[in-house]
Design a protein around this ligand. Sequence first.
Ligand code: DX5
Ligand code: ZN
Length: 221
Amino acid sequence: MTTYRIAPSILSADFARLGEEVRNVVAAGADMIHFDVMDNHYVPNLTIGPLVCEAIRPHVQVPIDVHLMVKPVDRIIPDFAKAGANIISFHPEGSEHIDRSLQLIRDHGCKAGLVFNPATPLHVLEHVMDKLDLILLMSVNPGFGGQSFIPHTLKKIAAVRQLIDASGRDIMLQVDGGIKVDNIAEVAQAGADTFVAGSAIFGKPDYAAVINAMRGELAKV
Ligand code: DX5
Ligand code: ZN
């Protein structure tokens, strides 16, 4: 049976009350905290860095899943590891040497992930499956919360599910962007096991109600 994980993205949280927000979302049933790092260079937005990761670390026991939307990535990876990140993923466009960056993440004791934008081809996967703990497929173009799920991502999810299964490796298949209660089952059906949701959770008053509704949908898959 598939283990499904829900990873609320704090991009849509109230940053003035971030400690309380992450505690509340974990109490509501979150399996990890998705931490979106944007640099106003690789993506047209600017968010949070290692200092904020370090600040929330004592508030939660669950893994902190750092999604780097930055270029270059290598300089900042050790800082996030020191700040308490458990998973660090980056976009292939953000690194000149993908294999080296993945190894750098693992050398710092974190799980390593690669992230593919809606139009980024998957061919690099062929060469790095043994260095991956997570593959993240973007179902929106990165940079902002609250965008609509791009339906052709479903085919890509199915293709990556086949690659992971064929590899026999234990690699999480995460999807990020526009995930809601009403489409999470379809995304799981396509082969995803880890679901990032920002506005669907932090945009609502009752986090547990949303997370439970998501789990209810996943139970039907
Ligand atoms: C987008 C970020 C997402 C974002 C998802 O660049 O990587 O994690 O917060 O937000 P929603 O769930 O609102 O689409
Ligand atoms: Zn993200």
